[in-house]
Ligand binder design. Structure first.
Ligand code: ATP
Ligand code: LTN
Length: 329
């Protein structure tokens, strides 16, 4: 990976819960498009996932399944490097160093995701959940990342990574590249089917999301039951018709049809026909995706992850060496 002249992209998904259409449309599908032009590194961020309690056996399988999702979404293992975060101890090492040298309590107190997630968990919040964005900054900065393709909700975390890198460079000498955030125009924030005011989330109830593993029957039910807006016209209006705007976005991204064309197609039909057709589009997508997912064995994934850890390790080590030197360690 050191020989490539292409700019580097780095991104990751937590191997928890059910990955859903929001993860796919907001992040992973975008990676597949970018992989040709960039030296691409896609991480399974298992250390982030343990900020909340995981069941060990389920977790082990979820880590493998997340790699399978990347592959089924079209990430080419010959073009891109898929690896497991906990295989490279330099991630936690750099996180600690950034904790001490660059991150401030006030930086982290301002993170909206922490505020949301900690409010939801009440008293039972780990220190790791608070520190989560610093580990994310370490992930990004270890590899000299140029760009970070993520969904809209992660923008604030990437901005923190930029700030920490700048602060470190200023205080200890030029060390880190400053990464750019990349957010796609449509699909950056897919909303929940049961509540179009909140993002689709795997931590919500199953009625909120379409999981990439949902059967045709379940998917059909979820879409037919998805909340709609008052009125009956299928028009894209995020402010006044957030539910229909969200369904139109999903339809458009999965079918390749423009939103304008879809509005025209359903101008006379009302919500029923529109939802029925959308359910079919999503079902076709899921069938194809699941066929690819199921064709990949656990063993294949284990070998790929093991091999790829060795590909990324030298760069991570070189960065840590440089950082330690700057600090006198
Ligand atoms: P949760 O679904 O529990 O809120 P999360 O967003 O905290 O999960 P991940 O599942 O690790 O964490 O997110 C992986 C990627 O998917 C990130 O780039 C994130 O921005 C993107 N993503 C997650 N939800 C959505 C969504 N509803 N719309 C668009 N992108 C999303
Ligand atoms: N916090 C991210 C996952 C993540 C990530 C990263 C994304 C961890 N490390 C580095 C991009 C780059 C989330 O989506 N929840």
């Amino acid at each position: 990976m050191t020989t490539s002249k292409k700019p580097t992209i780095f991104s990751g998904v937590q191997p928890t819960g059910n990955l859903h259409l929001g993860n796919y449309l907001g992040a992973i599908s975008q990676w597949a498009v970018m992989q040709e032009k960039y030296q691409s590194i896609f991480c399974i961020v298992d250390y982030h996932a343990i900020t909340v309690r995981q069941d060990a056996e389920t977790f082990r399988q979820q880590i493998l399944n997340t790699a399978k999702v990347y592959l089924a979404a079209g990430i080419d293992p010959k073009e891109a490097i898929i690896f497991q975060q906990s295989d490279i101890k330099e991630h936690t090492e750099l996180a600690w160093i950034l904790n001490c040298a660059s991150a401030r309590m006030s930086d982290l107190e301002n993170m909206t995701q922490f505020k949301d997630k900690s409010t939801a968990k009440g008293e039972n919040v780990s220190v790791g959940l608070f520190d989560y964005p610093v580990l994310m900054a370490a992930d990004i900065l270890l590899y000299g990342t140029d760009a970070v393709p993520v969904g809209d909700d992660q923008k604030q975390h990437v901005e923190l990574a930029r700030d920490l890198a700048k602060r470190f460079n200023h205080d200890f000498g030029e060390t880190f590249k400053i990464p750019e955030v990349v957010i796609r125009k449509e699909g950056a924030r897919i909303m929940g089917l049961d509540n179009p005011k909140q993002k689709m989330s795997k931590s919500a109830s199953p009625a909120n999301y379409i999981a990439l593993t949902d059967s045709a029957e379940i998917n059909h039910k979820k879409i037919m039951r998805a909340v709609t807006d008052s009125g009956s016209s299928v028009t894209f209006d995020k402010d006044n018709k957030p539910a229909i705007a969200n369904l139109l976005t999903i339809y458009s991204l999965l079918s390749g049809n423009t939103i304008k064309n879809l509005e025209h197609k359903y101008r006379a039909g009302g919500y029923g026909d529109f939802k029925k057709d959308l359910a079919e589009v999503v079902t076709d997508f899921l069938a194809d995706f699941q066929q690819k997912f199921n064709a990949i064995s656990d063993q294949e994934v284990r070998e790929l992850l093991k091999h790829n850890a060795e590909l990324v390790r030298p760069k991570a080590q070189a960065t840590i060496e440089k950082v330690k030197k700057q600090l006198g360690l």
